[in-house]
Design a protein around this ligand. Structure first.
Ligand code: PLP
Length: 426
């Protein structure tokens, strides 16, 4: 075959390959999100959904009413790209109250469509192709996808059970001259860890010593149970190298509103805004207006939020223990992890955690998330650990948590050992 014919054949094969799998390679590896799949299975099997991390109760009336009023008052056109001026001010005021840090609302805050857009804007605005981003497994699933969209390279390090301590030695080893960002998340999804002052100072020291930027995902900043959440940006030398991300969704139980923000020193804010203006340009105007009222809520709103979540956490922990699990105790966020090892399931073609979650949703009628979804997809490093856990969300009313408990007790404890090759060894 001559050269031209060989090239034509190659082009044809590439064309057929692209036709059968049109998703660009930077995203193809991520496939359909496990949250979408588990929610679909939950609906199909009328399961109690403890999988996806959104509340099954509504946000507060004072915020919803502010949203309706904003629509009626004509806030119907594009907002300023980086946020309604009054929202940027409210974010700055709340951040000052929580952290003691003064930020300039005009030059250091960007309002985005949820923290998810902020994560993408950070990666696209700051990471050059080939630069490395350190992510701490297990992690929120949009992080590696955002790094990949920016052409960056994920360098995973890992928190290990049972205490999920921050892997500071791994971080020290993972930093190279190519490291652009270190991304941390506290309070943490999915482990429920709230990083201690000591852990934060060690991370800060690595960032300072290596002149790296830290992206701190603080969307669960107001949901903590023992130790108060502290932003790494408050540590000496960190304000100028930290990008803080947060969101209205978790604090005000309005995840569908998708109002988030990034707080960063001016030069990094400029980079974030250059991506944001072409991703979404601006975030829904009436919702931004209502977010101002939300952020100005009195302190008792935040205290009540924490005590409500403490009650749900305790209900979830005792429900899981009654069902036969030995859950890890979360210090913050609204997730709890548990190993599925008290129960044995034939995994077949699935990973052990997926097989267990499929059984749970289809036979027991409770949806949870297999934890393998929170680890780097491209690698199978430490497979046993990453497929040993499942995640339950307790942003659900007490009745829902109790109903899940009734189902688990009835099926997992009673009928499971005799069916489908499951056995319980408790
Ligand atoms: C750790 C973490 N970061 C970011 C987000 C996304 O926040 P938003 O809904 O504001 O995009 C989530 C949502 O589950 C999360 O768990």
């Amino acid at each position: 075959m001559d050269k031209r014919a060989a090239f034509a054949k190659l082009r044809y094969y590439l064309h057929m390959l692209r036709k059968n799998s049109p998703t660009a390679s930077r995203l193809a590896q991520f496939g359909e999100s496990v949250f979408t799949r588990m929610s679909r299975l939950a609906a199909a099997h009328k399961a109690v959904n403890l999988g996806q991390g959104f509340p099954n109760f509504d946000g507060p009336d004072f915020v919803k009413n502010a949203g309706k009023a904003a629509i009626d008052a004509g806030f119907g056109q594009y907002a300023r790209a980086f946020g309604l001026p009054e929202l940027n001010q409210a974010i700055a005021a709340r951040f000052h109250k929580d952290s003691g840090i003064e930020v300039n609302p005009e030059t250091e805050i960007t309002v985005t469509s949820g923290a998810t857009e902020a994560i993408a804007a950070v990666m696209l605005g700051l990471v050059e192709p080939g630069e490395e981003v350190i992510l701490v497994e297990p992690f929120y699933d949009s992080y590696p996808a955002a790094v990949s969209m920016a052409g960056g390279v994920v360098r995973p390090i890992r928190m290990h059970s049972p205490d999920f301590a921050f892997p500071i030695e791994e971080l020290r080893k993972a930093v190279t001259p190519k490291t652009r960002l270190i991304l941390i998340n506290s309070p943490h999804n999915p482990t429920g860890r709230v990083l201690s002052d000591q852990e934060l100072s060690q991370i800060a020291q690595v960032a300072i010593d290596n002149d790296c930027l830290v992206v701190s995902d603080e969307v669960y900043e107001h949901i903590y149970f023992e130790r108060k959440h502290r932003s790494i940006s408050t540590l000496p030398g960190m304000r100028e190298r930290t990008i803080v991300l947060s969101s209205l969704g978790k604090t005000f139980s309005l995840t569908g509103w998708k109002v988030g923000w990034a707080i960063a020193p001016e030069q990094f804010t400029q980079a974030i805004r250059s991506a944001h203006q072409f991703l979404t340009f601006s975030t829904a105007t009436p919702l931004q207006r209502a977010a101002v009222d939300a952020l100005n809520a009195p302190e008792k709103y935040y205290t009540q939020l924490r005590s409500d979540y403490a009650q749900r956490r305790d209900a979830m922990l005792s429900m899981l223990r009654n069902a036969g699990f030995n859950p890890f105790i979360p210090e913050g966020s609204y997730f709890v992890l548990a190993k599925h090892e008290p129960f044995h399931v034939e995994a077949g073609a699935l990973s052990a955690d997926e097989a267990f979650c499929e059984y749970l949703v289809k036979t027991v009628g409770v949806a949870a998330i297999p934890c393998n979804a929170f680890y780097e997809t491209a690698s199978t490093h430490g497979l046993e650990e990453r497929t040993s856990m499942i995640r339950f969300a307790f942003c659900k009313d007490l009745e829902t948590i109790q109903e899940a408990g009734r189902r688990m007790k009835a099926t997992l404890r009673a009928t499971l050992p005799e069916t489908l090759g499951f056995k319980m060894d408790m």
